[in-house]
Design a protein around this ligand. Structure first.
Ligand SMILES: *Cc1c(COP(=O)(O)O)cnc(C)c1O
Length: 229
C-alpha cells in the first residue's frame, strides 16, 4: 500500500468514528506525524491531501523544513528551551507546553518574531514517571499565568499521550479524563480560543474522536513502522 492509500483509510476511519459519535469530520484535524521519515515520503502525504504535519524533534524538523512542500507544521514532542528559537518561525502550534519556563521562552521568542504562537498545554494524563506533561493542577496554574502575562501566546487547549497499550479501549478513560479537564477549564473562562483537544495516535485515534478529540496525531497508520537509526 502507498502512503496515499493509507492516508485515505485513516480519513475514512475518522469519518466512521464521527458517524458513530454524531460529530462532523470537518471538526477534526488530522496531523500526519512524520518523525523519522524523509521529505519524499512527507511530500507524498501532502500530495494525498495532508495539510498538517507533526514532528517531535526541533533539529529533525529544521533539517527537513526546506525540502517539504508548504504545509502547516506542528511541534508535538518534548521541547528544550534552547531549541525554541529554531522552530518559532516554522510551526503553527506547539502541543507540548508543560512548564512556565518553556512558556516564558516561547513567549519571548514569539515576541521577537512578531507572532502570536498557538500552544497546547500537555497533561501527563496517566501520571507516568517516564512521560513529560503537567499535572492537572499545574496545567490550571500555567494556563492562568499564560493568559495573564504572556501576550504572545494563545492557549488553544490541551494535549495528552496516554500510557502505551495494545488495546485502544484502554485509552478511553484517559481521553475522557482529558475532555473533562478541558470542559472544566472552558467553563471557568470566556476564552473563545480555547477549542482544541489533541489526543489519539495510530492505535487509538478512533476512540479519541468518540471521546471528543478535535486533533488526532497519526504516524504509523499513514507511513508504516518507523525505523530508528
Ligand atoms: C510519534 C507520535 C505520534 C504518532 O504515533 P503513531 O503511533 O505512530 O501514530 C503522536 N503523538 C506524539 C506526541 C508522537 O511523538
Amino acid at each position: 500500500m502507498t502512503v496515499k492509500d493509507r492516508y485515505e483509510i485513516v480519513l475514512d476511519n475518522i469519518k466512521k468514528a464521527c458517524e458513530r459519535s454524531g460529530r462532523n469530520p470537518e471538526d477534526i484535524t488530522l496531523i500526519s506525524v512524520t518523525k523519522t521519515h524523509g521529505a519524499e515520503l512527507i511530500n507524498e502525504a501532502i500530495d494525498a491531501g495532508a495539510k498538517d504535519i507533526g514532528e517531535n524533534k526541533a533539529q529533525e524538523l529544521c533539517n527537513k523544513y526546506d525540502d517539504v512542500k508548504p504545509v502547516r507544521w506542528h511541534f508535538i514532542g518534548h521541547l528544550q528551551t534552547n531549541k525554541v528559537k529554531t522552530i518559532i518561525d516554522k510551526v503553527v502550534m506547539i502541543h507540548s507546553v508543560d512548564s512556565d519556563k518553556l512558556a516564558s521562552e516561547i513567549d519571548k521568542r514569539a515576541k521577537s518574531s512578531g507572532v502570536v504562537m498557538d500552544i497546547l498545554v500537555e497533561i501527563n494524563i496517566g501520571m507516568e514517571d517516564s512521560k513529560s506533561g503537567a499535572t492537572e493542577e499545574e496545567a490550571r496554574d500555567l494556563i492562568k499565568k499564560i493568559r495573564d502575562e504572556y501576550q504572545n501566546l494563545r492557549v488553544r487547549g490541551l494535549m495528552c499521550v496516554p500510557p502505551i497499550t495494545d488495546n485502544p479501549e484502554n485509552s478511553r478513560r484517559y481521553f475522557r479524563k482529558l475532555k473533562d479537564i478541558f470542559e472544566s477549564i472552558k467553563e471557568l473562562s470566556e476564552d473563545e480560543y480555547f477549542d482544541t483537544l489533541s489526543m489519539g495516535m495510530s492505535g487509538d485515534y478512533e476512540v479519541a474522536i468518540e471521546e471528543g478529540a478535535t486533533v488526532v496525531r497519526v504516524g504509523t497508520a499513514i507511513f508504516g513502522a518507523r525505523e530508528y537509526r
